[in-house]
Ligand binder design. Sequence first.
Ligand code: 3AT
Ligand code: MG
Length: 335
Amino acid sequence: LRRQLVECRYDIDRLAPHFLSIYQSLIPPSEEKAKQKQLLLSLERLVNMQWPKARLHLYGSCANSFGVSNSDIDICLAIDDDGDLSKNDILLKLADILQSDNLQNVQALTHARVPIVKLMDPGTGISCDICINNLLAVVNTKLLRDYAQIDDRLRQLAFIVKHWAKSRHVNETYRGTLSSYAYVIMCIHFLQQRKPAILPCLQQMKATYSITVDEMECAFFDQVEMLHNFGAQNNESIARLLWAFFHYWAYCHDYTNDVISIRTGSIISKRAKDWTRRIGNDRHLICIEDPFETEHDLGRVVDKYSIKILREEFERAANILQFDPNPSVTLFEPY
Ligand code: 3AT
Ligand code: MG
């Protein structure tokens, strides 16, 4: 069976227009972006009345260019610890400030894994989560956004993979499947590995952007406008790439030994990272290295039950793209 599946169907490229139109239907309209910017500015004005030097940054899918319409927005409050206030104090103070404005459902979740203030802006209907000083997320958001500008096929692939993952309920970290962030990293890695490559490895190139966050140096090449032709030697269509992506995760990835790494633009071994044993809750059943926090396995949420579900879903997707007469419908059938 494995051997049969290595060559994809002869007419795979004819499916490209179907997948492109699905991609297009998922892209948020530009008015939505404008509304988000507006909300960000008005929140910043409020925050600055209390903390004049504090800044608000968008991160996550509303800023990394992998967001679909009507997503909630993720905001990071960057504030200098003036020593007196703990993170929780800041969070509670922030909730107070926002509460007194015309915002709804303001809630401080101080005990969450990432503590946040949640709120809803009745003017725009936009919901947002605000966290404190999570600058690493702001930097990894920039890395993803920069990759997206190099070749359109990354955004196309990642939108469709995220749409598939949501439809099939395998984008639920609280139930042991993968985050959207992890799926985008998997797509970047996959496009770095195509022959010829569709994406470069920005962290291995001469750094033009560098910032130190939590004593960690985050550096990469960010003049991506110079890389617009990078993938031009490769003319694979989105349909072919989608098939190859699922085929890789269904039949080719070595789950026992390999870690995917967009930081190095290669596959590295679990042994080299000492990810061969379960330590605490880290089981390393599917290994996806975070580009900056290299000791973090983005697959650490996956357990012995959910790994089975994930792999079955990768196989299902690969087989649908291989054999199904109408794959652009079947692929996303609700679970
Ligand atoms: P959705 O469109 O909301 O599904 P998203 O891109 O907002 O996707 P997530 O909700 O998974 O993605 O995460 C929001 C951001 O938080 C994305 C990334 O900048 C950061 N982030 C998420 N998970 C991790 C992680 N494990 N390590 C570091 N940063 C992370
Ligand atoms: Mg999000």
